[in-house]
Design a protein around this ligand. Structure first.
Ligand SMILES: Cc1cc2nc3c(=O)[nH]c(=O)nc-3n(C[C@H](O)[C@H](O)[C@H](O)COP(=O)(O)OP(=O)(O)OC[C@H]3O[C@@H](n4cnc5c(N)ncnc54)[C@H](O)[C@@H]3O)c2cc1C
Length: 422
């Protein structure tokens, strides 16, 4: 068995583990980063042999300041701003939402909405009432909106349910109201903060390769295909991490894998944070189709009230329909949607030039329910029986953000602050 030594040993090379490893190395720490899979990147991975297709379209928002700063630091490709007008099809009507023009413009557009379940004016009036209301502990966004005068069936037919699905990957009836409110305020903080941004390359080219190069330059030892299997643990804490044929001794140990993954690590199963299981999370589905070449990668169509919420038309010759918050029954029925596809595309002036391909990420993110929000832990395990030198890292920490790339980097910041060196 090989023994290695470091100041900090991190298990899990998703965005959070990668970000933390780089920051620590740049502060002069010796870092060893173990990754179970053959490639780092975690949830931001590109499917092997699939023309650069990613596990899902990953949308950024201008409010993702950490992601943007990190990409700049890595010298990665700049993100592309999507069309300033988001065309939203909702119940047979089309809205043109001016995304960059500020919240007043967006609200003005919403007031023009006419819908059998209620007018946009009602929706905006309801939203204004929300400004003065704080959710109750344990309340879901759906219940909170209803309490403040946005009845459930109206909510379901209107904009917020679909928007909520895209951001939280679950219906608002299940999502924590505090998280929903914070996200809404954050996104409408300034006129540009809700502008969507997208990479015009694969996630591997955007995140994974630049991170791997930066880690190498900074002297981080990244060991891929190396799962943390167990630890040597004594009364003073963890002495060493154990992987296949490898022992890593480090005074600080960081778990940057998924929270439920600790159950598989011998010696740390009792340290698993008490978060509801990820298996309760919903599925994210991408339907990818080859389209006529030459389309600009700046077209975002909100396509609400359908099984999918967004259509992206890309300069790489692909169209992607993105569906969030799918339950098991939706997945089982998905083949039934295909005959309707040509009609759907034609309605948006689009056409496919080949057969579709499904990309499905099951239980894509944990369900961001009130239970989950209340249990999101800080970077230092709160259980007094946990080893004193164990730290957590990941999008699932108590960052106050929806589970996202931004939350992963915010989680890494929390861990960096919590780590103390003599
Ligand atoms: C389908 C999908 C679509 C998404 N869309 C968006 C989007 O549009 N916008 C957005 O901002 N966010 C989106 N997200 C969320 C975002 O990708 C994640 O929140 C973020 O990447 C999580 O990063 P992380 O480092 O916390 O965890 P992860 O990426 O899960 O990383 C954990 C790592 O730990 C490794 N690991 C596990 N066990 C072990 C072990 N025993 N030893 C060593 N390593 C181990 C795993 O292999 C993995 O690499 C999406 C996620 C999915 C799944």
């Amino acid at each position: 068995m090989t023994t290695l030594r470091a100041d900090v040993a991190i298990a899990g090379a998703g965005l959070a583990g990668l970000g933390l490893a780089l920051d620590l190395a740049q502060q002069g720490r010796r870092v060893i980063l173990l990754e179970r899979r053959k490639l780092p990147g975690g949830a931001v991975f590109s499917l092997p042999g699939a023309n650069g297709a990613d596990n899902s379209i990953h949308l950024f928002l201008a409010a993702f300041t950490r992601c943007r700063a990190r990409l700049e630091q890595l010298g990665s490709r700049p993100l592309r701003e999507l069309d300033a007008i988001c065309h939203v099809a909702l119940a047979g009507r089309r809205l043109a939402l001016p995304l960059g023009a500020g919240r007043l413009h967006t609200l003005r557009e919403l007031t023009r909405l006419r819908h059998p379940l209620g007018s946009g004016l009602e929706l905006v009036a309801g939203l204004a009432r929300l400004g003065s209301s704080r959710p109750r502990p344990g309340e879901t966004a759906g219940a909170w909106l209803e309490r403040r005068g946005l009845p459930r069936q109206r909510l379901a037919g209107l904009f917020w349910q679909e928007w909520g699905l895209s951001v939280f990957n679950a219906p608002l009836e299940l999502v924590d109201a505090g998280l929903f409110r914070r996200t809404l305020l954050r996104l409408f903080r300034d006129p540009r903060s809700h502008r969507p941004l997208l990479a015009d390359c694969s996630l591997a080219d955007l995140w994974v390769k630049p991170f791997a190069q930066a880690l190498e330059r900074a002297g981080v030892r990244l060991l891929t295909g190396t799962a943390l299997r167990g630890v040597e643990r004594g009364p003073s804490g963890i002495h060493a991490l154990l992987a296949e044929g490898l022992r890593v001794e480090a005074p600080h140990v960081v778990w940057a894998g998924p929270p439920e993954g600790l159950a598989q690590v011998a010696g740390l199963a009792d340290c698993q944070p008490a978060l509801p299981p990820r298996q309760a999370g919903r599925h994210i589905v991408n339907l990818r189709l080859p389209c006529a070449p030459g389309l600009r990668l700046d077209r975002l169509t909100g396509w609400f009230g359908q099984p999918f919420q967004w259509i992206f038309a890309g300069g790489d010759g692909w169209l992607t329909l993105v569906g969030s918050g799918w339950a098991d029954e939706d997945l089982a029925q998905r083949a039934n949607l295909l005959p309707r596809l040509p009609g759907w595309l034609a309605a948006h002036g689009l056409a496919a030039a080949g057969p579709p391909r499904w990309i499905i990420q099951r239980h894509a993110t944990a369900l961001q329910s009130p239970d989950f929000e209340a249990a999101r832990p800080p970077a230092r395990p709160q259980d007094p029986a946990a080893p004193a030198n164990l730290f957590f890292c990941g999008a699932w920490l108590d960052t106050g953000l929806p589970l996202s790339m931004e939350s992963a980097l915010a989680g890494a910041e929390l861990t960096l602050q919590a780590l103390q060196f003599d």
